[in-house]
Design a protein around this ligand. Sequence first.
Ligand code: C2O
Ligand code: CU
Length: 485
Amino acid sequence: MNSESHCLVSRRGLLQAGAGLLLASALAPFPAQSAPSDGYRIVAAPGRARLRPDRPETDVWTYNGTVPGSVVRLRQGERARLVVENRLDQETTVHWHGIRLPNAMDGVPGLTQPPIKPGERFVYEFTPPDAGTFWYHPHANSLEQLGRGLAGAVIVEEREPVAVDHDVLWLLSDWRLTDRGAIASRFGNRMEAAMSGRVGNTVTLNGRVSEAEPFRTGERVRLRLVNASLARIMALRFEGHRPIVVTIDGQPCDPHEPEDGRILVGPAMRVDLVLDLEGEPGRRYDVVDDFYDGLSYRLTQIAYDSRPPIRAHVFDALVVLPRNPLPEPNLASAERHTLTLQGGMVSMGGMSGMGGMMGGIMGGGGGMMGMGHDAVWTINGQSMTGDGHAGMEPALVFERGRSVLLELRNETAWWHPMHFHGHSLKVLSRNGKAVPHRQWQDTVLMAPKDVVEVAFVADNPGDWMLHCHVMDHQMSGMMTVLRVA
Ligand code: C2O
Ligand code: CU
C-alpha cells in the first residue's frame, strides 16, 4: 500500500471507499502567495506584529512583513526561483529546510554561499524533488534571527491533489516576551545553551496566540504542523479526535495513529496529519501541548461551528500519500559511522521534562556555570560553533552514491532534534528497536541517552551541515559537516 497515489485504504482492511465523496480543494487558512512566473520575492525586514491579544504589538523581523512569513507554494518537480532581499541591518541567508536541493542553494553562509549583506539580494533556484511540508529560515545569526520571527512554510504540492476538504497549516512558534510585549533580549545565554535552549513563554499558531480554530463537523483536513521554535519541543494531543500521521518532515510514512495519541514535534520538525472532524456541531475540543512535565498548556481549541455535518457518514478510509522519490539505502553494503553527542550540563536527576527546573534556575541568570568558552557541546569530540562559515572541515567524507548507516548516540542529558541538510534519513531503529511506519526524516528528535540508527544514500554532492536544531545548541558547538564528494 505504499505507492498507490491518492487511493484510500481502510483502517481495518483494504476496502476502497468512494473517493468521489471528497472535495479536493486546497484552501489555505491565510494568504498564500501564488508564485509569479519570475519567482517569489522574499524581503527580510523589521516589522510589527500582535502576537497575543493581551500585549501591545511586538517589534519582530519578518519575511514580507508578516510572522510567519508568506507561505511559499511550490510544485513537485517544477523549477522554483526565490529572490531574497535583505533589508535587515545585518547579514542573512535563507535555508530551505528539508528540501533536497543543490548545495549552492542551501543557504549556509561561508560554506555554500556568501552571506547576503544588508541591502543586497540573492537568487535561490532549485527544483524540489519531494512534495510535502518544509520551511525556510535564516542560517545566519540563527538564534536571534529565528527568535525574532524569521520563518515561513514551504509547501511543495503533490502532482495530483490529495483528497481532503481543506489543507490547513499551523506554523507554531515560541517566543519569549516581556510584560510589555517586547522580545526578551539576551539571546545566547550560556546557561540555557548548556541545557534546554531558549524555551519561551508564548506559543503562537500562524503568528498569533490562538483561542480557537474554526472547523465544521464531518470535514476531513490535512493539517500541516511546523514547529518553528528555537528550542521548544511539543507533544500535541487532540482531545476527542484521532489524528492520523501521514507524513513526517515532508516525507509520507505509513499512516498511523501516534503513540499514546501524542504527536511529538521537535524544533524544525514537521508532521502532517489527516484529521477527521467528528466532533459535535457547536462544541469545542482542546488541543493540548503537554511535553514538559507540569507545564502543559492549551495550544488552541478545535471550534465547531453550528452547521450540520458536511457529510452524513464519517470516513472509514485513510488517505495514503504517494511516496517521494527517495533513494533506498543498501543496508548490506552501507558504510557505518557513529556520531556521538556529548556536553551540556550534566543531568539534574530524575527529570523527564525540565520545565520546572528551568523556571528555578533561569532567574539566576547566565554565567553561573563558569564556562570559559562558548563551546558546550561536541559531536565526536569536536565543536563547530555559530551558523556555518568558510573552511569547515568535514567530519566524514562519503563517496557519491554510497549507502551510509549512521548511528547517532546521545550521551547527554538533554533532547536534541538532529538535522541533516540536503538529504532525508531513513530512521531504522531507536535504542535497538526497529522504528515502524517507514519514516524518513531530516530532523531526528533524540531523547536523552537515545541511540538512533539512520541510513541514507549520499547522492547529493557538497558539504552539508549536520546539527542540532535547538538553536542555542547549534551555536554552541553541536554542529558538524559531512561531505559527499
Ligand atoms: Cu533548519 Cu541548518 O537548519
Ligand atoms: Cu541539541
